[in-house]
Design a protein around this ligand. Structure first.
Ligand SMILES: [Zn+2]
Ligand SMILES: [Zn+2]
Ligand SMILES: [Zn+2]
Length: 171
């Protein structure tokens, strides 16, 4: 993500926090800024390493508290299957079902939201008398760049990075 969109993410988040009367502390803002610079999902520990650049004092609870706040506000999503976090690109829309397309090779996460899916989940929940609060769909596979690399047959002659393999499920 480039600087302009990082700025717009932070501006939108600041505005929403002001509207909701919640405090976006400098620390929470910094964690959100770091998340907005990621291409895909990031683990809490990798985030802590980044945060230490500006806050050498930061400890795991520092990051988890900031993440809890950002999750509560809907600014980030948790990717349960990889135990990592990703910036929500639609956080100023109403609650949405996010479908996360997670690349098992490079770890990139692309979020898509669809109206239809949200409705379908509510219908299914109602059928079961289930009080639905929140749902996330996580789809695993290969992003288009990685699918191309995996399909490559000229490993000696190409310019791909074949040095890392697809992560196995159930790590
Ligand atoms: Zn989202
Ligand atoms: Zn990929
Ligand atoms: Zn190749």
């Amino acid at each position: 993500m480039n600087m302009t969109s990082t700025d717009s993410v932070l501006t939108r988040a600041e505005k929403l926090c002001a509207q909701r009367n919640v405090r976006l502390t400098p620390q929470r803002l910094e964690v959100l800024r770091l998340m907005s610079l990621q291409d895909g999902a990031i683990s809490a520990y990798d985030l802590l390493d980044l945060l230490k650049a500006s806050e050498p004092q930061a400890k795991p609870p520092t990051v988890y508290r900031a993440l809890d706040f950002l999750l509560e506000q809907g600014f980030v999503h948790k990717v349960e299957s990889t135990n990592s976090y990703v910036l929500c690109h639609h956080f100023d829309e109403a609650t949405h079902t996010s479908a996360m397309f997670i690349c098992d090779r490079c770890g990139s996460v692309k979020e898509e939201t669809t109206e239809g899916m949200e409705e379908m989940m509510h219908v299914l929940a109602a059928k079961n008398g289930f009080a639905l609060h929140h749902n996330v769909v996580e789809a695993h596979g290969l992003c288009s760049a990685c699918a191309e690399i995996e399909a490559c047959n000229s490993r000696e002659a190409c310019s791909h990075d074949h040095s890392f393999a697809v992560k196995k499920r159930g790590r």
